[in-house]
Design a protein around this ligand. Sequence first.
Ligand code: TXE
Length: 499
Amino acid sequence: MSNLYVDLEAPNGRKWSQPTGLFINNEFVPSSNGKLLESIDPATESKIAEVHAASAEDVDKAVQAAKAALVHDSWKNLPGTDRGILMSKLADLIEDNKELLATIDAWDNGKPYTVAMTDDLPEAIGTIRYYSGWADKISGQTISTTSAKFAYTLRQPIGVIGQIIPWNYPLSMAAWKLGPALACGNTVVLKAAEQTPLSILVLGTLIKKAGFPPGVVNFINGYGQEAGATLVQHPLVDKVAFTGSTATASQIMKSAAATLKNITLETGGKSPLLVFDDCDIEQAIKWSHLGIMSNQGQICTATSRIFVQDTIYESFVEKFKAQIQEVSKVGDQWDESTYQGPQVTKAQYDRILSYIDIGVSEGATVLTGGKRHGDGKGFFIQPTVFTNVKDSMRVFKEEIFGPVVTISSFESEDAVIRRANDSPYGLGASVFTKDLERAHRVAVEIEAGMVWVNSSQDCDFRIPFGGVKQSGVGRELGEAGLEAYTQTKAVHINMGNKL
Ligand code: TXE
């Protein structure tokens, strides 16, 4: 069993014993076929550790554990208040270990350590804590019909939930999925992304320490086509909650259809950001830069298509370039002055560089960036801005998922809304204006699940998150997130009519 833990020391000097097994029934176990997957530091391209990769047989074991836990007295009959207490303990434990967890996500994913500490960890802790408060506040209704009859509704857990998360925010994605599922009394098998397997296993140790009964939460690492697909197809899985690419979401929807599984999908985007000439330009620059360049541009809601009113286009472009030069310092995860770390993997890095080549060959102008950053190791890319972009170009239409943005100009509100909406995606949208009426008008007309007025990327566990069109199905976070994890049962009561 010795290969179920490995001693690690991160470049920031933090040391810990890293679990490497599959977390099933509150224990770390090896994969049945001995298959492993590698975690790589994207800044140095060197191996951090190897962890066990789940086979179909392992996925089945995890699902069986979750199924048994679902009906076990220790979970099924645990009052909501006590579920909330367990979740609150988990949030406290994550908080107690936040430096360790931020270190792991920074090392594994490449995001700056300071960002993991100030964004990812508070979001993960806050989300679990927020949903711990909901655990004893989920109730049905009483509905009167006639004097002799009435009905009440029960909001019951959906059952065993298969959750599949991506690599861009490993811990907060796990928290978004676990929080509402557990608050509602479900049990979970969560598959982490193969690119970022480590923090989720440490979270397993905290699940056990918090006192969750065995089988309530199971974590499996593994590849999408094998572990992910098996989880989606498993007949005992009642719901699949997924965050990742639109292409994979479409496959998941197809295979979930075989057993009519409930699904929630959060997928890709090409979110527009509209800058009107009456806006506060300094604010527009600050947020439009953050909206695409933070998290290495690996944000599903990245505002990657900037539209600027023609009257201020030239000055916006100049200021945006200056903002990149001033703020977007590219470097490794551990340097406190780093704004942008390496891209998560070689595959993502290659994909982004190939999109930059596509943009150039389509005739767009590279205003700044356009190449890899540095000449040593690591998946570093210069923040890149395209101007002279046509709406028909692939760099304008397709999700690049990196620090690459297009800036186009527009003349009228109607025309820019039409162009912004001319996309298969509909995740986020930003509008910069001081005209209150226009802000509300655009918020209504834009096809998106979330609209930011004079801002970009606001995200809060109290507020619903999700997309329209090919950006997703259903909502996460906030009270809306609970809808996704309960089913309503109607109980009809007859108190008078004996016939
Ligand atoms: O995504 P995948 P990838 C977008 C972004 C990125 C592209 C590819 O554009 O460049 O997707 O990234 C699991 N059945 N986003 O390849 O494949 C997989 O193991 C079940 C946007 O990483 O969607 C991982 O856990 N599961 C996004 C998860 O799905 C499967 C974040 C995501 O992987 C599976 C990430 C299958 N057949 C990428 N195939 C966002 N919305 O934030 C893969 N998986």
